[in-house]
Design a protein around this ligand. Structure first.
Ligand code: PHE
Length: 340
């Protein structure tokens, strides 16, 4: 055959081979096509390449070049068809162009989130944030708050003493005293912080826990102001249909004193709206005049109200958690659910 005949034959082989490649419907058929055209001994394109030696020297380069081009074209077609016929190892819904899911960078603890949300609501209502020491004296923790040291709350059974008359505060109420000592009315503060009690660690108690103290003192402040402020807070925090109830109670530093309960309306997954039970959320009351006198305020001129609430309890109610300990055991599978 002349070199031009050979080149023509190669082009015919190429067309045949490419048609056979696209006609192969499975990997075995494709392998047969490969052997037929490119097989080392019997492949028809390979044979042409091997026969180059028999051509006159002058014809070799042109035929050789064409044979190589055809060989590459057919191998590439085999490769592409092979990919299309390969068994699918990835789910078809997988979109490989999506950006990767960044690593979880951590998040705020659910109790910290509750403290922040509560504080922000009061901040929006004009309150300032106050703080006091966690190690404090009997005077600030008890006596200034109208609680004699022979009161059961002051007992070593309940309170963690550090040295004589110095203790880990058992509530955030000492911040009331320290704030009133430092400032003149009007006072509107929120004081979140850790408090400590000799409690046994169980589903509803931890020896260290958070409290949020609230205090308002000014001329003409009445229980009505307290009810209105609390109702507004409750609607902003738990939703507009939340109801608030005050039950008579006793604290040495408030008179009258109350426990505050809330009843929420929650929407179930099926869309129906149901009311919860009454849930106790805080202790509160009108500041006892004796406390005002202890900080040098004129109790004839000024009145005030105060509350103390437990954000851990509030976070439990909010998230439907029934064991307080889960908040403190640092199981990341539990805690990570509260942050994105
Ligand atoms: N300090 C009280 C407690 O820890 C709560 C409280 C605060 C009650 C302020 C009345 C006013 O239980």
């Amino acid at each position: 055959m002349s070199d031009t005949d050979l080149i023509g034959a190669l082009r015919v082989l190429e067309r045949e081979a490419l048609a056979a490649v696209s006609g192969a419907t499975d990997e075995a058929a494709l392998e047969t096509v490969r052997v037929t055209y490119l097989g080392r001994t019997e492949g028809s394109i390979s044979k042409v390449l091997r026969g180059l030696g028999a051509l006159p020297t002058g014809a070799r380069p042109a035929v050789g070049q064409e044979a190589n081009r055809v060989k590459i074209a057919v191998s590439e077609a085999l490769k592409v068809r092979g990919l299309a016929l390969a068994p699918q190892t990835r789910g078809s819904a997988e979109d490989l162009t999506l950006p990767s899911r960044g690593p979880w960078r951590g998040g705020l603890h659910p109790i910290t989130q509750a403290v922040d949300e509560i504080w922000h609501i009061f901040r929006d209502m004009g309150f300032a944030r106050a703080r006091g020491p966690e190690a404090d004296t009997e005077w600030y923790n008890f006596e200034a708050l109208n609680t004699p040291l022979d009161h059961p709350a002051a007992d070593e059974q309940d309170t963690l003493y550090l040295v004589d008359s110095v203790l880990l505060r058992s509530h955030t109420s000492p911040v009331q005293v320290r704030t009133m000592e430092a400032y003149e009315p009007p006072i509107r503060i929120i004081a979140p912080g850790w408090v400590y009690r000799r409690d046994t660690y169980d589903a509803t108690h931890t020896p260290a826990f958070m409290q949020i103290e609230g205090l308002v003192v000014d001329e003409g402040v009445s229980f009505v102001d307290f009810k209105a402020t609390l109702a507004e807070f409750a609607r902003r925090y738990w939703g507009p249909d939340t109801r608030v109830r005050f039950r008579p109670s006793f604290f040495p530093f408030t008179e009258p004193s109350a426990e505050v309960d809330v009843k929420r309306v929650i929407t179930k997954p099926d869309g129906t709206r149901v009311e919860t039970d009454w849930l106790e959320v805080m202790g509160a009351g009108m500041v006892d005049p004796a406390v005002l006198e202890n900080v040098g305020y004129d109790s004839e001129r000024y009145t005030g109200w105060a509350f103390g609430m437990g954000p851990a309890r509030i976070a439990m109610l909010k998230h439907g958690v029934d064991d307080l300990r889960t908040f403190f055991e640092n199981d990341m599978r539990f805690l990570a659910q509260f942050s994105s």
